[in-house]
Design a protein around this ligand. Structure first.
Ligand SMILES: Nc1ncnc2c1ncn2[C@@H]1O[C@H](COP(=O)(O)OP(=O)(O)OP(=O)(O)O)[C@@H](O)[C@H]1O
Ligand SMILES: [Mg+2]
Length: 161
């Protein structure tokens, strides 16, 4: 796979359910690159959450607005960009969900897991927004990254222009 740095591009109408097309494409490419089944599962969850956010929050489920998903193979890395046309930036620096508070009922909100999962499951994540481009969630997984490091999301950056 290292001989090419091919980009697979998907253009999805913002309809819930179509995120699975991006999930399957990401999993297929990761499998071709030789990622382990565990790592592919991590990637699938992260891609699903990023695409759901793009469909639901960025494009507000307007089927005429596309979510663009670009898959880039870069030697031992797979990069997935999920791009929506959101008109406003969002703050991705969310707090880690408090599982105890959720279990005890103290925190009754069932939402708010997506960004936490994305940050936990991929090796690199970056959120960008500009008025011209909308939101881009960029996720990267490394073929040779040890699992412990892979789950360290501290390298996350976020910025908007
Ligand atoms: N692509 C996006 N465009 C605009 N806002 C976003 C986007 N992604 C996330 N957000 C904002 O960040 C918040 C947190 O996202 P997160 O995915 O963690 O939770 P959620 O989508 O509200 O719930 P869940 O993912 O658990 O179903 C969202 O509620 C939304 O306000
Ligand atoms: Mg979400």
């Amino acid at each position: 796979m290292a001989e090419y740095k091919k980009i697979v591009e998907l253009s999805l109408p913002s309809i819930l359910g179509l995120e699975l097309v991006a999930v399957d494409a990401s999993a297929s490419l990761a499998k071709l690159m030789g990622f382990s089944d565990d790592r592919i599962q991590d990637l699938m969850t992260a891609v699903e959450e990023a695409c759901l956010n793009a469909i639901e929050h960025g494009n507000r489920q307007n089927a005429d607005m596309k979510v663009l998903v670009a898959l880039t193979v870069d030697e031992a890395k797979l990069q997935i960009d999920v791009h929506d046309r959101g008109k406003t930036a969002f703050n991705p620096d969310i707090k880690k969900p408090d599982i105890d508070a959720k279990v005890s009922g103290e925190d009754s909100r069932t939402r708010g897991w997506g960004l936490f999962l994305i940050k936990s499951l991929v090796d690199e994540v970056e959120f960008k927004w500009s008025p011209e481009t909308g939101n881009i969630t960029r996720m990267v997984i490394h073929l040779k990254q040890p699992k412990m490091e892979a789950n360290n999301a501290s390298g996350m950056q976020s910025y908007s222009s």
